[in-house]
Design a protein around this ligand. Structure first.
Ligand code: AMP
Length: 302
């Protein structure tokens, strides 16, 4: 049986999370990688999930590759970039408040789009291509046009392109740069999964309806607006809008990866033929479990 291929494109990093005085626990995480990690658990057996990224040839990169493979993520599309290594971030805890420090500005993943031929060959293997605003910020500025052109090419070849804006101002020179990049990324995408707090903050959207209208004006077919504990609003061009209210989770302990796991639950259902409202419910159900535990990658039981 030929497996369908859900390919995420992005950067995973080493995560150093403080667990005691001068003691950190090493993990691996990153928005698109988190989505794949959950997808590998919830996608039906006729799919494989794979990761397109840049890795080095050192021990840390090998450990990341092995971590992905152990989680049933096909890491073979990952490009090996000579002389580079994976990015890293540290989570600090100060009176219960988390803050982050990053070492990623020269990571191997930044080179993931250096070779247009490699992009074309990798994307040709996929049925669905999933990326985020963080992915697009990580791709070096001089490679971004090629990167978008290859996604657009893949879309013309019949692949479905899914995009989560995940807008992080610290990764861009200015808000204007981030907004322009986000719009360009949306223009090559079929499905966009924004979070309303960002769309309100950076575009002044007063309602999720306004967010949907803005992305559909850029040619996006289906927009699903996540909104924390609030209702998810979604619409496919030519169809009625749908509202899905997530089940209230009273014991939210850590909202890390809420959006990433939502994307996984949604995509697993949607790409296996479930209607939009059921797929959103599946996304919200998975995210609702994830926010009840600490960390990005949470073991989930049915
Ligand atoms: P966000 O990216 O914060 O909008 O969250 C993504 C998704 O995670 C939401 O659409 C909800 O399905 C789920 N989620 C986030 N926060 C909560 C919460 N406090 N209670 C229940 N679900 C949540």
């Amino acid at each position: 049986m030929t497996l369908k291929n859900f390919m995420a494109i992005g950067e995973a990093m080493i995560e150093m999370a403080v667990i005691g005085p001068d003691t950190y626990r090493r993990g691996f995480a990153g928005d698109t990688f988190n989505t794949l990690w959950y997808l590998a658990k919830v996608m039906p057996d006729n799919w494989k999930v794979s990761y397109f990224t840049g890795l080095g040839s050192d021990a840390a990169s090998s450990e990341m590759r092995a971590f992905g493979e152990d989680a049933n993520i096909d890491m073979t599309p990952a490009r090996e970039v000579e002389g580079k290594t994976v990015g890293l971030y540290m989570i600090h805890l100060d009176d219960g408040e988390r803050s982050f420090s990053y070492w990623r500005s020269d990571s191997a993943a930044r080179q993931m789009a250096a070779d247009p031929k490699a992009l074309r060959e990798a994307f040709a293997q996929a049925d669905v291509l999933f990326f985020s605003g963080i992915t697009f910020a990580v791709v070096l500025p001089e490679h971004r046009e090629t990167f978008l052109a290859e996604l657009a090419h893949a879309r013309r070849e019949g692949k479905t392109v899914v995009y989560d804006p995940n807008q992080r101002l610290r990764l861009w020179p200015s808000t204007a740069d981030m907004i322009e990049a986000n719009t360009r990324a949306a223009q090559v995408s079929d499905i966009v999964l924004p979070s309303f707090d960002e769309e309100h903050a950076y575009y002044g959207d007063e309602t999720p309806e306004a967010t949907i209208a803005r992305y559909q004006a850029e040619g996006v077919k289906t927009v699903i607006v996540k909104n924390g504990a609030g209702a998810v609003l979604a619409q496919t061009v030519g169809e009625d809008a749908i509202t899905v209210t997530p089940k209230i989770v009273t014991n939210v302990v850590d909202s890390t990866a809420a959006g990433d796991s939502f994307n996984a639950g949604f995509c697993a259902a949607f790409f296996n033929g479930k209607p939009l409202d059921e797929a959103i419910q599946a996304g919200a159900k998975l995210a609702g479990k994830v926010v009840q535990s600490h960390g990005a990658l949470v073991e989930i039981s049915e």
